[in-house]
Write a protein that binds this ligand. Structure first.
Ligand code: IFM
Length: 480
């Protein structure tokens, strides 16, 4: 029996002193100002302006105008008592073509944001890359090409020189699984390509880019800076305990999780991944020394978690379930896993259709910490979209979102009680924002944004989260 299993069901769970209570966003999802101060298009500008790619043709041209309203947004974070904020830098704003010297105005924006955060006592956590590759680099081949990894390291060096004096927490990539497999495999994300071999090449160059960027950061940053990568690790569950379903789970664990953890933390690709994809590629794009270069000392592993991944084996040629979660589409984001079907667990779901299951977060934290016991963890994203209703007075009462966060914080606390070293929690997301292919149709924010007026209104879940963040205490069970 684990320590957490003997805990009282009604209690106050105290989080450790120094725990980070944050919220997260990403540049293209909130900034807007797409053509201002020297910024040029990223792959997401191109993709969102391509008819049929994003819900109702929505784009990030204006988004929630954070570029002009960042002071107000930092003020909201401060009111909510957050002690950390995770944001990403738009590569196209800082280095528009992905090469050459930086644009001073781009750097100035991030310096002003960071200074505003520091003045409010909020620790900035900077992510270098959250999916918005400069379009010129995509035109030169994008992540399937090795040169993109090299450009990424140069960009990391530029940011380290510009902001290393004031930013303590650095993250290289956000969810490289999405960049590689939704961007180049299923094509539902920018740049919208659908070639399984390109998606594997992209995965490798993201791994390499991560390693080269960590080297660039380490050589430019003061020694006490923390460096992490944010992975959307999949908690993969076989539909049944049959050997076939367990093998399906192994395959998805390989191409969903170990494709990153292998090179980044162990310096090698898993043998079973290479075997599962051998009919697609011989992986000759991996040069000697690449996997070792991808493995760099990290200070933290940052995990994004939303829902578990349930899989079964399907005999070749047979039908897969229609309601699939993320995987049964015509162009699969899972190379080498044609014999795997994806399922959604019954029960409560968010507005994304994602089943709510906090136990999978607990299992994931236990599993990762058992595999890498010396590496502290942080939850760099967790949260939920719901159909918010706005009352006549403009307020939003969203107890489902607070209950979702409560359940996941309880799972984090349970892992802590069992000795897992979790350093913080970043709610996705601070603000309603551009939810990629769903445009503005899905709202993840703790703070509502009126997309006509851009007015911000904290939802009741934001007030609830603020109480937890300020006290460092979670009352169990959840009450509104
Ligand atoms: O909005 C995204 C974010 O950009 C990356 N992680 C998942 C979130 C919700 O889909």
């Amino acid at each position: 029996m684990t320590a957490s299993e003997t805990r009282p069901l009604t209690a106050t769970r105290s989080f450790p002193p120094g725990f980070l209570w944050g919220a997260a966003t990403a540049a293209y999802q909130i900034e807007g100002a797409a053509a201002e101060d020297g910024r040029t298009p990223s792959i997401w500008d191109t993709f969102s302006h391509t008819p049929g790619k994003v819900f109702e043709g929505h784009t990030g041209d204006v988004a929630v105008d954070h570029y002009h309203r960042f002071r107000e947004d930092v003020g909201i974070m401060s009111e909510l008592g957050l002690n950390a904020y995770r944001f990403s830098v738009s590569w196209s704003r800082v280095q528009p073509t992905g090469r050459g010297p930086a644009v001073q105005k781009g750097l100035d924006f991030y310096r002003a944001l960071v200074d505003e955060l520091l003045a409010a006592g909020i620790a900035p956590a900077l992510t270098l890359y959250h999916w918005d590759l400069p379009q010129e680099l995509e035109d030169a081949g994008g992540w399937p090409e090795r040169s993109t990894a090299e450009r990424f390291a140069e960009y990391a060096g530029i940011l380290a020189d510009a902001l290393g004096d004031r930013v303590t927490r650095w993250t290289t990539l956000n969810e490289p699984w999405c960049s590689a497999f939704l961007g180049y495999g299923s094509g539902v994300h920018a740049p919208g390509r659908t070639d399984p071999v390109d998606s594997l090449r992209a995965a490798h160059h993201l791994n390499l880019g991560h390693g080269l960027a960590v080297q660039a950061l380490r050589s430019a940053l003061p020694a006490d800076r923390q460096i992490a990568v944010s992975l959307n690790l999949h908690e993969v569950r076989p539909l049944t305990e049959s050997a076939e379903d367990r093998d399906a789970a192994r395959r998805i664990d390989a191409v969903g999780n170990r494709i990153w953890l292998g090179p980044m933390l162990e310096g090698a690709y898993p043998e079973d991944l290479l075997a599962d994809t051998a009919h697609l590629t011989d992986w000759s794009f991996v040069r000697d020394g690449d996997a070792a270069a991808a493995r760099q000392q990290l200070d933290l592993l940052a995990i994004n978690y939303y829902t578990p991944t349930v899989v079964s084996h399907v005999p070749e040629g047979s039908e897969k379930p229609q309601d699939d979660g993320h995987g049964n589409s015509e162009h699969s984001p899972w190379p080498g896993a044609d014999s795997v079907a994806f399922h959604r667990a019954p029960g409560e779901r968010t507005a994304m259709g994602w089943p709510v299951d906090a136990s999978a977060l607990y299992d994931l934290l236990r599993r990762v910490s058992a595999a890498y016991p010396d590496l502290p963890l942080v939850i760099s994203e967790n949260g939920a979209a719901y159909e918010d209703e706005v009352a006549e007075d403009g307020s939003v009462h969203d107890p489902e979102r607070a209950a979702y966060v409560h359940a996941h914080l309880e799972a984090v606390h349970r892992a802590l009680a069992d000795g897992v070293d979790v350093r913080g929690y970043f709610l996705w997301s601070l603000l309603d924002n551009f939810e990629w292919a769903y445009g503005y149709a899905k709202r993840f924010g703790a703070v509502r944004v009126d997309y006509d007026t851009l007015e911000r209104t904290p939802k009741s879940s934001a007030r609830w989260y603020a109480r937890v963040a300020r006290s460092g205490e979670l009352h169990v069970p959840y009450s509104d």
